[in-house]
Design a binder for this molecule. Structure first.
Ligand code: GTP
Ligand code: NAG
Ligand code: NAG
Ligand code: NAG
Length: 479
C-alpha cells in the first residue's frame, strides 16, 4: 500500500500541495495575461510575465484590479513539507499508550531493532529506511542504544542525532520515530508478530537476534523464522547477509503466506502471532545488502545513495561540533571555519585483532597516517586547486604520549575534557563523527565502520576524497 495514502485520504484537512497552488495561480495568471494581450496586443508582455516567479505577481499588478487579492500567498515551502511528510500525515495524533491506537488503518509501517555499536546501528537504520522505500512502507525508527557508550547511559533518540525533518524532505516520504508513535513512558505491553531473520542466516545462536529495544518499547514479540532462502550465500556459515529484496518479498502477501511457519511463543503474554501485516518488523537488519556483503563501503550502495546521504546531522549537534572545531583550530566564534582534512584513528578494542603482533607494530604509526594526509591534500589540490593545510584528528586513543606526538605534527583535536559532563556520554563520539564528516578530505582506519561511513559522508557532502590507513603488521600501509 502507498504510505502516502493517508495524505490523500485527509486531503481536505491539509493545506493544498505546492503543485495545487502553482496550478491555481498559473490559471489566474494566464487569465490575467490573456486580458493584457487582448487589450494591449503585446506579445513581449506575455513572455516576460509568464516567466516571472509567481510570488512577485501581486507587486506587478496595477492597483484596482481584483486579481491581486484573489491570489493567496503560498505558505512557506518548509511548512508544506513538514505537514505533508511529518507525523500528522501518517499518525492519528500525539503518542499513545498502545502504538496501535496511533496507526492509521490504511497506512502500512515497518520497523526493526538494533544491537551493535553506534555506527553499526546507524547503518542498520539506513537499511531499515531503504527497505521501507522499496516496500512502500513508513519506517518507524527506534532510539540509539549505548552499547559501547556504557550500560548506565540512557538511549538517545534518533532525531537528536539526525535531522529527521530534512530527511523527510529529501526523501519526499514520511519517516517516523517510535517516540512519535508510542509514548516513551508508556508501560502498556503491545503484542506483535515479527520475522526472525537471524536464525535463517547464521548457525551459532538458536534464537532471534537479541536487542533491548523491544523491551524499551514495551513490545512482546512472537517471532516467525524467515525461510532459509533469504540467506545471500546459501549454507555459508562465515557470512550472515540477506538481500533487501529477499526481505521485501516477505512484506507482500504471496511470499508472506507461503513462508508462514508456527511462530515462537512471546516471552511475556505467551502469545503466538504471525508477522504483523500493518507493522512489518524484522529482528535485525544490519547484515542487509543489495548484491554483496558489507556494501555500504562501495560506491554503488543503494542504501547509501537513496538514504544514508540524506541523513544529515541534527542542526544543534552540528553547531556544537562547529564550536569544538573552532576552539581546536583557534578560530573565534562566528568566524568561518577554514577547510580542513579530518582523520579518524580507530584504536582501543581494535587491538583484539592484533593477535601476537605488539600494539606498537600493529596500529599504523603516525608517519603512515601523515603520508595519507599528504595524498588527500594533493588530490584536493589537483582536483579543486585548493590548499587545505588544517588537519583535525579524532580518535578513541587514550595514550597521552600518542596525543602529544599528534599535536607535534601540528594537527588539531577537539578537547573532550568536559564534553560528557556538559552534554552527556553520547556526545564525544557524536561530535567526533560530525567533525569526521566535515573534512574537505578524510583519512580513516581500515576495517572501522565508523571510518567507512565518515568517508561516505565526506565524499557525498564535501566532495572530499579519502584514504583508509591499513594496519595489523609493521609496514601494513606501505605502498
Ligand atoms: N570520541 C570518540 N570515540 C570513538 C572514536 N572512534 C571510536 N570511538 C569509540 O569507540 C566506539 C566504537 O565505535 P562504534 O560505532 O560503537 O562501534 P562499531 O559500530 O562497531 O564501529 P567500528 O568498531 O569502528 O567498526 C564508539 O562508540 C566510541 O565509543 C572517535 O573518533 N572518537
Ligand atoms: C496602491 O494601493 C495602495 C493601497 O491600496 C496605496 O497605498 C498605493 O499608494 C497605491 N499605489 C498606486 C500606484 O496607486
Ligand atoms: C517520562 O517520565 C519521566 C520521569 O517521570 C519524566 O521526567 C519525563 O518528562 C516523561 N517523559 C515524557 C515524554 O512525558
Ligand atoms: C603510548 O604511546 C607511546 C607512543 O606511541 C608508546 O611508546 C607507549 O608504549 C604507549 N603507552 C602505552 C601504555 O601503551
Amino acid at each position: 500500500m502507498d504510505p502516502d495514502s493517508a495524505r490523500y485520504k485527509d486531503k481536505d484537512e491539509l493545506p493544498p500541495s505546492p503543485q495545487a497552488f502553482l496550478s491555481r495561480k498559473r490559471f489566474i495568471l494566464v487569465a490575467w495575461v490573456a486580458l493584457v494581450i487582448v487589450s494591449l496586443g503585446c506579445l513581449s508582455t506575455f513572455v516576460s510575465y509568464t516567466s516571472i516567479p509567481t510570488t512577485q505577481i501581486p507587486t506587478e499588478l496595477p492597483n484596482g484590479t481584483s486579481h491581486s487579492t484573489a491570489v493567496p500567498s503560498p505558505p512557506p515551502q518548509a511548512q508544506v513539507v513538514l505537514e505533508t511528510f511529518g507525523p500528522q500525515s501518517v499518525l492519528k495524533g500525539a503518542p499513545t499508550l498502545s502504538f496501535r491506537d496511533n496507526l492509521l488503518p490504511d497506512v502500512q509501517y515497518i520497523t526493526s531493532w538494533v544491537s551493535a555499536g553506534w555506527t553499526n546501528d546507524v547503518m542498520t537504520y539506513i537499511n531499515l529506511i531503504y527497505l521501507a522505500l522499496i516496500t512502500d512502507r513508513v519506517p518507524i525508527i527506534p532510539e540509539f542504544i549505548p552499547s559501547h557508550i556504557g550500560g548506565h547511559v540512557p538511549p538517545i533518540p534518533f532525531g537528536e542525532v539526525f535531522d529527521v525533518p530534512r530527511l523527510r524532505k529529501l526523501l519526499g516520504r514520511p519517516v517516523l520515530e517510535w517516540r512519535e508513535v508510542k509514548h516513551p513512558n508508556s508501560t502498556f505491553i503491545d503484542d506483535l508478530g515479527c520475522w526472525n531473520v537471524w536464525e535463517a542466516v547464521q548457525y551459532r545462536e538458536a534464537f532471534p537476534r537479541r536487542s533491548r529495544i523491544p523491551n524499551d518499547l514495551s513490545l512482546d514479540i512472537s517471532y516467525t523464522k524467515a525461510p532459509e532462502w533469504i540467506k545471500m550465500i546459501p549454507n555459508y556459515e562465515h557470512d550472515q547477509h540477506v538481500t533487501f529484496w529477499s526481505l521485501a518479498r516477505l512484506a507482500f502477501p504471496t511470499t508472506r503466506k507461503a513462508s508462514l511457519v508456527p511462530p515462537l511463543e512471546s516471552p511475556k503474554h505467551k502469545h503466538f502471532l504471525p508477522p504483523d501485516e500493518q507493522l512489518l518488523c524484522y529482528d535485525y537488519l544490519y547484515y542487509v545488502s543489495a548484491h554483496q556483503p558489507f556494501e555500504l563501503e562501495y560506491d554503488y550502495s543503494p542504501a547509501w545513495r537513496y538514504v544514508g546521504k540524506y541523513m544529515h546531522w541534527n542542526p544543534q549537534l552540528e553547531k556544537l561540533a562547529d564550536s569544538y572545531v573552532r576552539r581546536a583550530i583557534g578560530v573565534p566564534e562566528d568566524a568561518p571555519i577554514p577547510p580542513f582534512i579530518s582523520i579518524h584513528v580507530r584504536h582501543h578494542d581494535f587491538e583484539t585483532w592484533c593477535g601476537d603482533v605488539p600494539i606498537i607494530d600493529c596500529f599504523a604509526p603516525l608517519s603512515a597516517i601523515s603520508r595519507r594526509v599528504g595524498e588527500v591534500q594533493q588530490e584536493i589540490h589537483e582536483k579543486r586547486g585548493l590548499r587545505v593545510n588544517h588537519v583535525v584528528i579524532t580518535s578513541d586513543e587514550r595514550n597521552a604520549t600518542w596525543w602529544r606526538q599528534v599535536s607535534e605534527l601540528g594537527w588539531f583535536a577537539p578537547d573532550h575534557t568536559d564534553t560528557k559532563a556538559l552534554y552527556g556520554d553520547w556526545y564525544p563520539v557524536l561530535i567526533d563523527a560530525v567533525i569526521q564528516s566535515q573534512g574537505a578530505g578524510f583519512v580513516g582506519t581500515d576495517r572501522s565502520t565508523m571510518s567507512i561511513i565518515a568517508a561516505r559522508r565526506a565524499e557525498s557532502w564535501q566532495n572530499g576524497p579519502n584514504r583508509m590507513v591499513k594496519w595489523g603488521t609493521p609496514g601494513a600501509d606501505d605502498h
